[in-house]
Design a protein around this ligand. Structure first.
Ligand code: NI
Ligand code: MN
Length: 234
C-alpha cells in the first residue's frame, strides 16, 4: 500500500503504511483528541496498532491511556512515560530513550532529542521530551520534531535523508516561524508540514505566509494541512 498521513490537529497524526507482517500498520502520534479544540477525530473512534508519545504534556499524551487500553496498541515512549503508562494499566509499552532505535514491523523508530520540558498530568516527571524519526520499510523517512526549540543537531537528523518533516511553528511553547525556517535549512527535507499552531489563539500563526517564505528561501516544499486532511506519499 502507499503510505498515507492524516493530520488530526495540533501534533496528532495517523500514519498508515506497510507492515512486515503482511498487513498495514496504523501508527498514531501524540493522540490529543478529546480536549483538542481542532481535533479531526473523536478519541473513542481512534484505531491504532502503535501509539508514539513524544512527551508528557496533556496536549501530546492526550488520550493515549484510553486508546491503548481499548485497541491494545503498543505504546512507544521514553522510559519514564512508559513506566507511568504501565502504572495506568496500559499493558503493551515499548520503553526507549533518546538516540535509541527500535525495530517494529513497519520499520525502525529512532527517538530524537527535543529541547522542551516534559511533565505528566499528575505532576510526575516525563523524563526528556523527544521527537521521532520513522524509517519506514520502503525507505521513506518521516521526521516528527514534536515540541522543541531549534537545535543545530537537526543537521545530523537531516543527514539521514528526510522525505517529510513535521515541524511546530506556533511559537511561545515551541519554535516559531523564523526558527522553523532555520530548522528546514538544517533538515533539508523534501517536504515540510507545519503543526502546533492555531489550536488556541496564543499560538496563532499564518501558515500560508510561512509556506511562501520557506519555498522562496529553500528547495523544501511545504504542505499546509487542515485538521482532517489526509494524503498519500509519493
Ligand atoms: Ni509540550
Ligand atoms: Mn505542545
Amino acid at each position: 500500500m502507499k503510505t498515507t498521513i492524516q493530520f488530526l490537529g495540533h501534533n496528532a497524526w495517523l500514519v498508515r503504511c506497510d507492515s512486515a507482517r503482511g498487513d498495514s500498520a496504523r501508527i498514531l502520534i501524540d493522540p490529543f483528541l478529546s480536549t483538542n479544540p481542532i481535533a479531526a477525530l473523536r478519541a473513542e473512534e481512534a484505531e491504532a496498532d502503535f501509539i508514539l508519545v513524544s512527551h508528557g504534556h496533556a496536549d501530546h499524551l492526550g488520550d493515549t491511556v484510553e486508546i491503548a487500553k481499548r485497541t491494545n496498541a503498543q505504546v512507544v515512549a521514553i522510559a519514564e512515560i512508559s513506566g507511568w503508562l504501565q502504572n495506568q494499566g496500559v499493558a503493551h509499552t515499548q520503553s526507549m530513550n533518546l538516540g535509541g532505535s527500535l525495530l517494529l514491523p513497519f520499520g525502525r523508530v529512532l527517538m530524537t532529542p527535543a529541547l522542551h520540558s516534559s511533565t505528566l498530568p499528575d505532576g510526575s516527571s516525563g523524563g526528556s521530551s523527544a521527537g521521532f524519526l520513522l524509517m519506514l520499510n520502503g525507505g521513506t523517512n518521516l521526521y516528527f520534531a514534536c515540541d522543541t526549540a531549534l537545535f543545530s543537531d537537526m543537521r545530523l537528523i537531516g543527514d539521514r535523508g528526510i522525505h517529510t518533516a513535521f515541524l511546530p511553528i506556533g511559537d511561545r511553547y515551541t519554535m516559531g516561524p523564523s526558527d522553523a525556517l532555520e530548522a528546514v535549512r538544517l533538515l533539508r527535507a523534501q517536504n515540510a508540514v507545519p503543526c502546533h499552531y492555531d489550536t488556541w489563539s496564543i499560538i496563532r500563526q499564518d501558515a500560508g505566509a510561512w509556506k511562501a517564505h520557506v519555498e522562496a528561501q529553500t528547495t523544501t516544499k511545504v504542505f499546509v494541512a487542515a485538521p482532517g486532511a489526509a494524503w498519500e506519499l509519493d
